[in-house]
Design a protein around this ligand. Structure first.
Ligand SMILES: CC(C)(COP(=O)(O)OP(=O)(O)OC[C@H]1O[C@@H](n2cnc3c(N)ncnc32)[C@H](O)[C@@H]1OP(=O)(O)O)[C@@H](O)C(=O)NCCC(=O)NCCS
Length: 144
């Protein structure tokens, strides 16, 4: 089941962050800001095994996060969440979705490419570990 996150979910979402992003994990404070922010939309899935977040700015939506706890990966949770996030972005008036992903994150890039996201830019040595960031874009009208 996928549903909108509430402030009661902040601690569980922060645990997903810790389980998925190591030193780059968002704190409970950052997660709380995302969950309660006016332009932000946070969804949780499958009894808090996974979550995803977008933010809206005019016709552009940013995919801020999508993360699935390691033991729940490979069974379609990210696909379900991303589908719902894109539907919501479209309903809220977005025409495009942008995201940044580490160039060495094969699982996430595979997910995004399977939805039709295309790389539009590369930010060299963008992350603290020196990895490049790919900027990817999906035109919502062309999706599905
Ligand atoms: C990326 C991530 C969200 C995928 O979650 P998931 O629930 O395992 O993904 P799904 O089972 O929904 O898979 C959907 C598609 O993603 C792609 N994919 C998933 N895992 C993959 C892998 N290890 N290698 C390549 N492609 C992969 C495939 O296209 C897959 O479709 P398929 O099963 O029909 O082949 C998960 O690995 C994760 O949480 N990683 C850590 C956090 C992260 O890096 N988030 C993205 C940056 S914010």
């Amino acid at each position: 089941m996928i549903r909108l996150a509430t402030p009661d979910d902040v601690a569980a979402i922060a645990l997903i962050e810790a389980g998925c992003f190591d030193t780059g994990a968002w704190s409970e404070t950052l997660v709380h800001a995302e969950v309660t922010g006016e332009r932000h939309h946070v969804l949780v899935a499958d009894d808090l095994q996974a979550y995803g977040a977008i933010s809206l700015a005019g016709e552009v939506a940013d995919l801020d996060r999508i993360a699935v706890l390691p033991h729940s990966r490979g069974r379609g949770l990210a696909r379900e969440l991303l589908t719902e996030l894109i539907d919501r972005a479209r309903d809220l008036g977005a025409e495009r979705i942008l995201l940044e992903v580490a160039a060495n994150n094969a699982a996430a890039i595979g997910l995004y490419e399977s939805f039709g996201f295309a790389t539009i830019n590369t930010r060299t040595a963008y992350y603290p570990d020196g990895a490049d960031a790919l900027v990817m874009e999906l035109t919502i009208e062309e999706w599905r």
